[in-house]
Design a protein around this ligand. Structure first.
Ligand code: SAM
Length: 352
């Protein structure tokens, strides 16, 4: 049996990955800019109680107007500049990215860079009809968020009465059109969906899709987060391991968010994203671009840097490059490492 990784330090394999143009941009802690998460909309058709609770994101909530969103052309230009600073992976997210009209057009524009690891995270509700156009546009892989196979639990969590079967059909379609690998993200919240952990593990193990458990985080300021609601990954490793023995696997690259574990019977892998119990700030290589073009260097940031203003002021690529360089090289954040009941009350940007 290998080292039980969740209780020890993360191994430091493959310290520095080669960037396509050899460019590296380290921050104050030596962390390189490698990943960019691009939110294409602040809207979502779910109201997950832990993310966009109805009481806050109700009918009167003012979402961004269309012209406030970055256009596909603006996103494309920024991704090109970020690539020049060492970004190798781009994840399209939201809100719910599939509610953005003609998203496949953006995918096609970004897939032009064949060396870019381009992926997308979705709640899967529109995946059945979108999987084919996304694949044809050049998307290779996908992550689907799904918190339970139990319809009652799932509906209570998405809070819009959305049936689990339609998400499963979306995942099947993604597999059928050849999006690979398919990863499934499950947020586990104490007292809400712990009972769904084993059924989810069994179901996805059988199909060979990679299930990843995410610890419930204090993102934003609207989900009423409390430490008691977090189910530490260690507990889940033990729970799953008792029925389906697993062992830790080395990360595929430095900065990998999920800790990888494999089933001893050869039934594939599961992952654990332990941002609360085992913070991975020291390996964090991610920048985030919000739907209205704010650049954030931490999921828990309270302030961003306005790149849209530059884009719309006809700034040159050099001007934008300089600002990105300035922001990243001055980056000091390590929120998850210093998280406490006090920091969790700070005003932070909403994840959605
Ligand atoms: N709508 C898309 C989706 O559902 O995947 C993309 C956006 S969603 C904000 C991205 C991921 O963040 C989802 O997997 C979601 O479950 C996760 N998430 C949202 N709030 C969270 C929280 N408080 N703690 C942990 N994960 C959270």
């Amino acid at each position: 049996m290998k080292e039980q990784r969740l209780s020890g330090p993360r191994p430091e394999r493959s310290r520095i990955l080669p960037a396509p143009n050899g460019r590296v941009l380290p921050d104050t802690r030596g962390r390189l800019l490698r990943d960019l998460r691009v939110s294409v909309t602040d809207r979502c058709n779910f109201r997950c109680t832990y993310c966009m609770p109805k009481e806050v994101f109700g009918k009167d909530f003012q979402f961004l107007e269309r012209d406030q969103l970055l256009s596909f052309g603006e996103i494309h230009r920024l991704v090109r500049i970020f690539r020049d600073h060492g970004v190798q992976k781009v994840r399209i997210t939201g809100g719910e990215p599939l509610v953005r009209r003609k998203l496949e057009r953006l995918i096609e524009m970004l897939a032009y860079w064949s060396d870019l690891d381009l992926t997308l995270t979705t709640n899967g509700s529109l995946l059945k009809q979108m999987a084919r156009p996304l694949k044809d546009a050049g998307l290779k892989r996908i992550t689907v968020s799904l918190d339970s196979l139990d319809d009652a639990v799932f509906k209570a969590m998405n809070d819009v009465d959305f049936p689990v079967q339609r998400v499963l059909e979306g995942i099947e379609e993604a597999a059928a059109v050849g999006l690979r690998p398919i990863k499934i993200n499950m947020v586990v919240k104490r007292g809400v969906n712990e009972g769904s952990v084993l059924p989810m593990a069994r179901y996805f193990k059988r199909r060979g899709w990679i299930l990843r458990f995410i610890e419930y985080m204090d993102v934003g300021a609207t989900n009423g987060w409390r430490m008691e609601h977090v189910v530490p990954s260690r507990e889940l490793v033990d729970l799953i391991g008792r029925e389906m023995p697993i062992e830790a696997v080395d990360p595929s690259y430095r900065g990998e968010v999920a800790e990888r574990w494999r089933y001893l019977d050869g039934g594939g892998e599961v992952g654990f994203i332990s941002s609360v119990s085992h913070a991975f700030c020291r390996d964090c290589t991610r920048a985030r671009l919000s739907a209205e073009g704010q650049l954030y260097t931490c999921l828990f940031a309270s302030r961003g840097t306005d790149l849209r203003a530059l884009l719309r002021r006809d700034a040159s690529d050099d001007d934008i490059s300089q600002l990105i360089t300035q922001v990243w090289t001055r980056r000091t954040d390590r929120y998850s490492e210093i998280r406490s009941s006090e920091t969790s009350k700070l005003r932070k940007v909403e994840m959605s």
